[in-house]
Design a binder for this molecule. Structure first.
Ligand code: GLN
Length: 314
């Protein structure tokens, strides 16, 4: 028996999974992407990956789900690795206080999105990763990067979800065209959206997602493989952006209740980071009115209470 931050964590996860199974008010699955609208909201899963390499799970851990906007953490990391801090001339670092797919601020800020986690910002990051290549190559690069993070070659894109987003992507298309009208996108809109919809449609389990986020908890290293993903300084800064912008206009509430850097997606996943301790993935498809997983946030609130992991103190 080794003593660590994760002592007793399995009991806590079992307790959380049991508490979540009995909740009746579970939120609604994302309605605007038909392929997500039909996912059963009765499901819940949680996984905690410790910086010492141990992984603990609870709930429906075998079920892959659409990671959606959680993928924006990985594309931001990839873009920073390729282009460095020059990306900040194209996208800001301030919370938006608006819905994830809002177009309003883009006019005032002449096509420069407030942060890389709202849709407009992530579309800009997709444009940067694309950099004149064919969409297929950029999508391949993103998949390879996420497989490297998860140390799992089986991770794939759910083509049905990607197709469903494309078929119902008028809002994202309008964001992209609007930015391009300010000269803010280098690549054709259909190429950029192809990359964006495909990375949003990555399918993963909670275990895979928690392991993929471990570099953010471990100073930029992946402790499972012993490889450096990014510098400690970059990991710290991505965590800061997740804390301030990771839940859109619900970011303040998430910081208040959970107190961890976190990134949500409309598939119902949240990736949270307890720096120096663990990466946590939760999934439950029912969303709150802002578009963040309802039970996911509740589960993380319970976990933070039980463990004292909030970055603001126990
Ligand atoms: N693919 C989704 C969209 O573009 C991602 C949004 C989200 O997860 N918040 O609308």
């Amino acid at each position: 028996h080794r003593s660590s931050e994760l002592d007793g964590i399995q009991d806590i996860l079992d307790e959380i999974a049991a508490a979540m199974a009995s909740r009746t008010d579970r939120g609604k699955a994302a309605g605007y992407i038909p392929e997500l609208a039909c996912v059963d909201t009765g499901q819940f899963a949680i996984a905690v990956a410790g910086v010492d390499g141990q992984v603990f799970c609870g709930g429906d851990v075998g079920t892959p789900f659409s990671i959606q906007s959680v993928s924006k953490v990985f594309t931001l990391t990839l873009a920073l690795g390729k282009l460095g801090d020059t990306i900040w001339s194209r996208v800001g670092r301030e919370p938006s206080g608006n819905a994830f797919n809002s177009i309003m601020q883009l006019e005032h800020e002449k096509g420069r999105p407030r942060n890389p986690f709202i849709n407009a910002g992530a579309i800009t990051v997709a444009d940067l990763i694309l950099a004149g290549h064919a969409p297929r190559e950029a999508i391949g690069e993103i998949i390879r990067f996420v497989r490297f993070l998860a140390d799992d070659e089986t991770i794939a894109i759910d083509e049905k979800v990607a197709r469903s987003e494309l078929d119902h992507g008028d809002r994202n298309a309008s964001l992209a065209h609007f930015m391009r009208s300010f000269g803010r996108l280098d690549n054709p809109v259909d190429h950029v959206l192809g990359v964006y919809f495909h990375h949003c449609a990555l399918a993963m389990t909670c275990r895979q997602l928690a392991v993929s986020g471990l570099y953010l908890a471990a100073g930029g290293m992946n402790p499972m493989t012993g490889t450096r993903v990014i510098s400690a300084e970059r990991a710290r800064r991505i965590n800061a952006l997740m804390l301030t912008c990771g839940h859109y206009d619900g970011s303040g509430e998430f910081a208040y209740r959970v107190g961890l850097p976190g990134k949500s997606g409309v598939g119902g996943a949240i990736l949270a980071v307890a720096p120096g301790k663990a990466a946590i993935a939760v999934w439950s498809p029912g969303l709150d009115p802002v578009g963040n997983s309802k039970l996911g946030a509740e589960a993380l609130e319970m976990l933070a209470q039980r463990t004292g992991w909030s970055v603001f103190g126990a």
